[in-house]
Design a binder for this molecule. Structure first.
Ligand code: GAP
Length: 431
C-alpha cells in the first residue's frame, strides 16, 4: 500500500473521513467528515483565522450564499473562462483532463490510442432556481467564495467603519465539477475554501503582496508542517487565471509530488471593475488625501480546508517501531490535533477516579477523550493513530500519591505528575 492509500484507510478506520453516501456506492469527489475529521477541520479554520488576524487586524468576515446568479458569474468571467481541457478515449469512453495525460501515448485505461479533439469543459455546477425553466432562472453553485466578497464590497464598506487597506475573509463551501477528482481530498467536487481578499490602493500592492506571501508561508510552519516540504512557485504568464496579474503558489511535497496548497494572487482591480461594469453600480472608493475616486486593488490568499487537511495528514503520518512493536502515529501539532489528551484508567476497575478527572478537564473546555476499553497498549495505539499528543494514565499508585503518568505521543516517554498539574500540562503543550 502506498502512503496515500494508508492515509485513506486510517481516515476511514478512525472516523476522520468517509466516502459520501458510501452504502449506495459513493459519489465521486465528495466526502463526509466523521467525528474526528470535523474536529480537525475546526482547528484548521481557527488556526487560519488567528493567523490572518495576527498579520493584519482590520479584517471583516462574510458568509456569502452558495448559489449565485448567472449575471454575477458572467461578470466575474467564470461562465466564459472557468473550464478545464477535456479529452475522451473513443475506445473505452473514459474522460481525462487533457493536461493530466500525455496524448502522444496510449490511453492508461484501455491501452488504445483513440483520443478525441481537446475541448473546454465548464467546471461550474449549473442549476435552475424556481419553477420557470428559462435562461433567467439559471444559477450556479459557487466555484470560489471570493465573488460574494466583491459583489458585497460596497455594502461592507458602507455598513462598517473600515478604510482602505482592509480585508474581508470568508470560509465556506465551493463546488467544481472536476473532470477527474483524485488523490482523495486533493481534488474534490465539493470542498471548502478559506479566502482572504485584501483591498488596498494600487500603489500599496508591492508592499502587501510580499507581506501576505511571507505570512502565509509562516502559517504552515506554525501549524507544524515540515518547512522542507513547502516551497513558493511563481506562475508564469501563460498559466495565470483570467483575473490574476500575478500569482505565487505555496506548494507542498505530497506523496504524489509537489502540488499547489495555496494560491496568493494579485487580482488587481479586475473583479470590482467587472462587477461595476456589469451591474452599473459605482464600486469606487473616495480617497480623502488625493480627493479622487479609485477602484481598490485586491490581493487574495486562498487555500482549501480539505487540501490543508490532507497536507497535515501526509506531513504527520509516521510509521515507527517502539520496543520492537510497529506503530502508526500522526505527529500532528497539539494546536491542530483533534483530541488534546486522553484519560485512560490502567484497568477498568480504576475507571471511576479517572472518569472524574476527565470530566473536570472536559468541563474546562478542552477537547479530551476517556477510554477504558481494551488493553492499555491498544488504547495508546489508537490515540497515536488519531494524533493525540498526551495520554494520562491512572494506575494502582494514583490514589496514594495523587499522581498520574503522562505519556508523550512522539517519544512514548512517560513521567509522573501530580493530578493538580494536568491542566497546566495540557495548556503548556498547546502553547
Ligand atoms: N479564489 C481563487 C481560487 O479559487 P484556486 O487556485 O482555483 O483559486 C484556491 O483555488 C485553493 O482552493 C487551492 O489552492 C486549493 O487549496 C483549493 N482547491 C481548489 N480546487 C480544489 C478542489 N477541487 N478540491 C480541493 N481543494 C481545492
Amino acid at each position: 500500500m502506498n502512503q496515500l492509500d494508508k492515509i485513506v484507510a486510517l481516515c476511514k478506520r478512525r472516523g476522520f473521513v468517509y466516502q459520501s453516501a458510501e452504502i449506495y456506492g459513493g459519489l465521486n469527489g465528495v466526502y463526509d467528515f466523521g467525528p474526528l475529521g470535523t474536529l480537525l477541520k475546526r482547528n484548521i479554520r481557527d488556526a487560519w483565522i488567528q493567523s490572518i488576524f495576527t498579520t493584519q487586524n482590520n479584517i471583516l468576515f462574510l458568509e456569502g450564499a452558495l448559489l449565485g446568479s448567472h449575471a454575477m458569474w458572467e461578470a466575474s468571467g467564470h461562465t466564459q473562462n472557468f473550464s478545464d481541457p477535456l479529452v475522451d478515449c473513443t475506445n473505452c469512453n473514459r474522460r481525462f483532463r487533457a493536461d493530466d495525460i500525455d496524448l502522444e501515448k496510449i490511453c492508461p485505461v484501455c491501452g488504445k490510442k483513440a483520443w478525441t479533439d481537446i475541448r473546454q469543459f465548464q467546471l461550474m455546477f449549473q442549476t435552475q432556481v424556481g419553477a420557470a425553466a428559462d435562461s433567467s432562472s439559471i444559477a450556479y453553485l459557487r466555484p470560489e467564495t471570493a465573488q460574494s466578497i466583491f459583489v458585497q464590497f460596497k455594502n461592507i464598506m458602507s455598513t462598517n467603519r473600515v478604510k482602505i487597506p482592509f480585508g474581508v475573509a470568508q470560509i465556506g463551501k465551493a463546488f467544481r465539477n472536476e473532470i477527474t477528482p483524485k488523490q482523495f481530498l486533493f481534488r474534490m467536487r465539493e470542498f471548502e475554501q478559506m479566502e482572504l481578499e485584501w483591498f488596498c490602493k494600487p500603489e500599496q500592492v508591492d508592499k502587501f503582496f510580499p507581506l501576505w506571501v511571507t505570512s502565509r508561508e509562516q502559517f504552515y510552519e506554525h501549524v507544524g508542517i515540515n518547512k522542507k516540504r513547502i516551497k513558493l512557485r511563481e506562475h508564469d504568464k501563460k498559466e495565470l487565471a483570467h483575473y490574476s496579474a500575478r500569482t505565487t503558489d505555496i506548494e507542498y511535497e505530497f506523496p504524489f509530488g509537489w502540488k499547489e496548497l495555496e494560491g496568493i494572487a494579485d487580482r488587481g482591480d479586475f473583479d470590482l471593475k467587472q462587477h461595476s461594469k456589469h451591474s452599473g453600480k459605482d464600486l469606487s472608493v473616495y480617497d480623502d488625501e488625493t480627493k479622487q475616486s479609485y477602484i481598490p486593488h485586491v490581493i487574495e490568499c486562498s487555500v482549501g480546508v480539505d487540501r490543508l487537511f490532507l497536507t497535515l495528514l501526509c506531513d504527520a503520518y509516521t510509521e515507527d517501531t517502539i520496543d520492537g512493536e510497529e506503530r502508526t502515529v500522526l505527529k500532528l501539532s497539539s494546536k491542530i490535533a483533534p483530541i488534546k489528551a486522553a484519560f485512560l484508567p490502567l484497568v477498568k476497575k480504576l475507571s471511576e477516579p479517572m472518569r472524574n478527572i476527565y470530566q473536570d478537564i472536559a468541563a474546562r473546555g478542552y477537547m479530551v477523550e476517556f477510554d477504558e476499553s481494551g488493553s492499555i497498549g491498544k488504547r495508546y495505539r489508537r490515540q497515536d493513530e488519531i494524533g493525540t499528543p498526551l495520554c494520562f494514565t491512572y494506575d494502582f499508585e494514583s490514589a496514594d500519591d495523587n499522581c498520574v503518568t503522562v505519556r508523550n505521543r512522539d517519544t512514548t516517554k512517560q513521567e509522573r505528575i501530580s493530578i493538580e498539574k494536568i491542566e497546566a500540562y495540557i495548556q503548556a503543550s498547546l502553547a
